[in-house]
Design a protein around this ligand. Structure first.
Ligand code: G3D
Length: 180
């Protein structure tokens, strides 16, 4: 049945993609999909279960679910990430003392052999004075060495409160989706 729906969707020119949003607690994982729904894309029947939102950009449908960032829930990142096509990693750019923890969780996720996803990184909370720059974050996380997965982080970071620079990330994900 799922395959049939998939075929019908592709005949109609629609594509569906599974996205998970990960990041430590308080990073902005809830605020980002809220902004997507509020601002730039067509809001459609959004909720298919408690924390999954359907975001539509042109004919591309992204089902986005966020996974809790509290320590006890982080082991679930691997479980969900292995079946996702796209992973959005949200980083709180104000939390310097937590970047090492993010790096450690990112490494665990990347080490998972079943992982076959493209990774979009949002350096969030750039509106806050003295937040870490995207260059600092990128260097700390050694993103340039991440060769096995397509990844993208906007040079300017983003702000989930205003939605600033979130559309560029979504566009990037859509371009990956179109290629695949
Ligand atoms: P989470 O789902 O990752 O735990 P949330 O994070 O989306 O719930 O956001 C945690 C807090 O950070 C919220 O504040 C939210 O308003 C704030 N926040 C999210 N994104 C930004 C941002 O870009 N800039 C700033 N300044 N704050 C942001 P509260 O006060 O509700 O806990």
């Amino acid at each position: 049945m799922g395959q049939l729906i998939g075929k019908l969707m592709s005949i109609c020119g629609k594509q569906e993609h599974r996205v998970i949003i990960v990041g430590l607690d308080n990073a902005g994982k809830t605020s980002i999909p809220y902004q997507f729904l509020k601002n730039e894309v067509v809001p459609t029947c959004p909720t298919i279960c408690s924390n999954v939102e359907k975001i539509v950009l042109q004919k591309t449908h992204f089902f986005m679910g966020d996974i809790g960032g509290e320590e006890a829930l982080r082991s679930a990142w691997n479980t969900y990430s292995s079946s996702a096509e796209f992973i959005i990693l949200v980083i709180d750019s104000t939390a310097r003392d937590r970047l090492l923890t993010t790096l450690s969780e990112l490494c665990k996720m990347l080490a998972h052999e079943a992982l076959d996803a493209s990774i979009l990184i949002f350096a969030n909370k750039q509106d806050v004075k003295d937040s870490m720059t995207t260059v600092e974050i990128s260097q700390f996380l050694t993103l340039s060495a991440m060769k096995d997965h397509p990844w993208h982080m906007s040079h300017q970071g983003c702000c989930a409160l205003t939605g600033e620079r979130l559309p560029a990330g979504l566009q990037c994900m859509q371009s990956w989706a179109t290629v695949n």
